[in-house]
Design a protein around this ligand. Sequence first.
Ligand code: CP
Ligand code: NVA
Length: 330
Amino acid sequence: MALNIRGRSFLTLLDYTPEEINYLLDLSAEFKRMKQTGTAHKWLSDKQIVLLFEKTSTRTRCSFEVAARDLGMGVTFLDPGSSQMGKKESLADTAKVLGRLYDGIEYRGYKQSVVEDLAKYSGVPVWNGLTDDFHPTQMLADILTAREEFGDLRGRKLTFFGDARNNVANSLMVVCAKLGLHYCACGPKELMPAEWLIEKCHDIAGETGAVLEFTDDPAQGAKDCDILYTDIWLSMGEPAELWEQRIRLLLPYQVNGALLEKAKPTAIFLHCLPAFHDRETTVGEEIYQKFGLEAMEVTDEVFLGTHARQFREAENRMHTIKAVLYATLH
Ligand code: CP
Ligand code: NVA
């Protein structure tokens, strides 16, 4: 069924019903088919959007740009060095100006309140491209990828191993609660989600039949697991001094061959990316020199193995972001 979400912002999946999320997923699959069959869909050629990035990005930026161009839209990219926002012009004033020039605004940055204020003051749809608290566009790609693998996901167990209170983990808990999955947050007690969010997700789960599990035991997290998910141990914006503490806390939750063996034989591995799975990055090499670790949150055995789906997941960022753009703008 085609639902109408025209004019809405996409700030957190807490604002969306299960039906609306499923509508966006169906639309994403449709856009993916069109892209694969070379079917043109420049349906929004009268629209212009702006992308505001206060943190770095590969997938999110490129997905928004490609999706917008495929839809025929014009795109402007602004990084912190190339706009007045925050330094010489308040957020509210910037939002009011951008809302008069553009049909929609993507924002990646720090506080969730910033993306919410942008929506409040601009008067146009605002899409959250990641804040400290949430990463909602990532969720659509993750769920689409899992759906492509398993079909109906209700009752499937998705375990997040690691920093279970970061933006990606928070959003996974929300989307799993909304769509009736079994979500397991597996990490040290110090890095569990905030109480208020757990309570909200419990309320949602009460309506959808989702199951929420919290454990500091990696074997328990892997038991009966269909989807093993992990993310970087130190998120953008967190100080590098925390690496040592995070490594100590999170090494037991590394997704490696031994952990994968404890999951269902049909399980898949997902990662939002970027990933520290080898020494081929400056940070990866620094960590090796300092702590002797060849890999952090996931080993090459899993990352390059037959259960890995993270690159399909990365491609799905574009198809799902396109669905969000189209559904909120057409
Ligand atoms: N997964 C993700 O958001 O990647 P980028 O940081 O490269 O955008
Ligand atoms: N938790 C990570 C996600 C990156 C896509 C971060 O915020 O850096």
